[in-house]
Design a binder for this molecule. Structure first.
Ligand code: OGA
Ligand code: NI
Length: 364
């Protein structure tokens, strides 16, 4: 990689490293009162010109009311199936998790990011895959332009971290949220499984909720929100994602070639389909691009995301479209792939959209 990126002599990698080694995060930069962002956060003109293009129609992601899940199950299966096939994103309400728990979770993650530099710096690292990690931009060294967020990540399953590893300020809440969100995800997975004509318990049996990463994102005020992103446009790699956010806006979903704002419904939880679910459903459910705008509000935006993924791959080490969904009329549209391919694809670059799906699509 060239050390000098352009004619001005700007040494990008050096600046990135300096920022990373300072462990200050974008929250620290923001709190320091800077009025312009470092150059390595500036995105290319193509990305920036697209920031203004918001939806002209007033569409919004579907809301699914889970309160009648027993009395009106077929209707709810139908609603969730349509949402997963068209939007790839939906919001669930009356999911059974008390509002107080949602508030406590968001507040605890906010409290973590609000701590003084010295306290947070102890958790700052880049070793992924287990335990707990706090960093700015998970893909800082893999991406072309950094984005305006910091994250606290915890690998909650299949092997949870030692409780003491979790920062004390949000320990209780993170453990509780993992349980509550997993319950909601499992309920949703039952409905999604039924929607494919499979038994309700099929996804659980396939361990789709066992590998879990909890990420507490912090999007502080950005002094130049028109020059960077909160999170670059991407699709999530796993099965499903459950997202809890505070009231500060920023999340957008790609729908019918437009960016649509995802407005937080009080008490609602956002669920989206990941690449892996698109693949195992043989393209029935859609993994859809989304992004977060850099935060222009003085108040910090907080989101708490749990990525659900399978922990047990097939005995032959492969994963692919579920055989039960295939027939001569419905041949597989993706080839099988290994866990290694999945992991290597993810870590070979910054977050992106559907790169694994593209690699394994069968072109007939
Ligand atoms: C993600 C993501 C959105 C948000 O972490 O994959 O899309 O609102 N986050 O934080
Ligand atoms: Ni995402």
């Amino acid at each position: 990689m060239a050390a000098i990126d352009d004619n001005s002599g700007y040494n990008r990698m050096k600046e990135v490293k300096k920022f990373d080694e300072s462990k200050i995060g974008v929250k620290g930069l923001s709190d320091s009162g800077i009025t312009s962002i470092p150059q390595f956060f500036v995105h290319d003109p193509e990305t920036l010109s697209d920031l203004k293009s918001s939806s002209s129609h007033t569409a919004t992601i579907p809301t699914i009311d889970l309160s009648k899940i027993n009395s009106h199950r077929p209707t709810i299966v139908d609603q969730i199936t349509v949402a997963a096939k068209t939007w790839g994103f939906f919001q669930v309400i009356n999911h059974g998790v008390p509002i107080l728990i949602l508030e406590e979770t968001v507040n605890a993650i906010k409290a973590f990011h609000d701590q003084p530099h010295e306290v947070k710096a102890k958790y700052y690292k880049r070793e992924e895959g287990k335990g707990v990690m706090y960093s700015s931009n998970n893909d800082l060294y893999r991406t072309k332009a950094a984005s305006w967020h910091d994250s606290l990540q915890a690998w909650m399953g299949p092997e949870p971290p030692e409780v003491e590893e979790l920062p004390e300020i949000c320990r209780k809440e993170v453990v509780a949220w993992d349980l509550h969100a997993t319950n909601v995800a499992e309920t949703v997975m039952e409905l999604l499984s039924e929607g494919l004509g499979l038994e309700a318990g099929k996804f659980k049996e396939l361990t789709f909720s066992d590998a879990r990463v909890l990420v507490g994102h912090c999007y502080p005020y950005c002094p130049q929100p028109d020059r960077t992103m909160g999170i670059t446009s991407h699709t999530d790699p796993g099965i499903v994602t459950v997202l809890l956010q505070n009231h500060v806006p920023g999340l957008q979903v790609r729908h019918e070639d437009e960016w649509v704002d995802v407005k937080a419904v009080p008490g609602g939880l956002i669920i989206n389909v990941g690449d892996m679910l698109q693949i195992i459903s043989n393209g029935e459910y859609k993994s859809v691009q989304h992004r977060v705008l850099a935060n222009s509000c003085k108040e910090v935006r907080i989101s708490v995301v749990i990525f659900f993924n399978l922990s047990k791959w097939n005995e032959d080490g492969y994963c692919g479209p579920l055989p039960a969904l295939l027939s001569p009329e419905k041949p597989p549209i993706y080839r099988n792939f290994t866990q290694r391919e999945f992991v290597e694809n993810f870590y070979s670059k910054g977050i992106d959209s559907k790169s694994l799906i593209e690699k394994i699509t069968i072109h007939s």
